[in-house]
Unconditional design. Structure first.
Length: 168
């Protein structure tokens, strides 16, 4: 193969988003190892916190959630699980919380609380998790959901604030 043909082939692979498979030696027919949950969670948190100005609005929206959920340090279980570290986390994994059969099913199906999945869930919980016992109708406004997700992303699993979010 000529050098120019190899370069063109490499450019085509990169443009198709397949370069990581080629570099790691994974063929398209093989399933690459999934990224670690920490990597996924960090990416989801970064995505949610891309506009940190949303955090203060999300804090105001969280008032609708706090009858059943808590975030921050010294959280306790209420009717719903604590939401520290929820962005990017696997569903149904808050230690010591007894989840509904609906949530247990999606957890068994490896649902991940990505920004997009949280957005869909906060819009219509029963559509994303049929059989959930969460008695919340949902948030119809996309900007309110984005702000709430940013606020939730601003809390690490231990309840401390993430980086600059502490100043919000």
């Amino acid at each position: 193969m000529k050098l120019e043909t190899i370069r063109q082939f490499g450019a085509a692979i990169a443009a198709a988003g397949l370069i990581s498979s080629v570099l790691t030696g994974v063929s398209a027919a093989e399933d690459p190892e999934p990224a670690s949950p920490e990597v996924d969670q960090a990416a989801e948190i970064a995505k949610a916190l891309a506009d940190r100005s949303l955090i203060s609005n999300g804090k105001r929206s969280f008032v609708k959630c706090q009858a059943c959920h808590m975030v921050g340090e010294n959280v306790q279980r209420r009717a719903g699980p604590p939401l520290n570290g929820v962005v990017g986390r696997a569903a149904g994994t808050s230690e010591g919380f007894r989840y509904s059969p609906g949530m247990q099913k999606v957890a068994a199906d490896n649902l991940l609380w990505s920004v997009e999945m949280l957005d869909a869930y906060l819009k219509a919980p029963r559509e994303v998790v049929p059989g959930t016992t969460m008695g919340f109708a949902g948030l119809p406004k996309p900007e309110e959901r984005a702000a709430l997700i940013a606020y939730l992303a601003s809390f690490a699993a231990d309840g401390t604030r993430v980086d600059a979010a502490a100043s919000e």
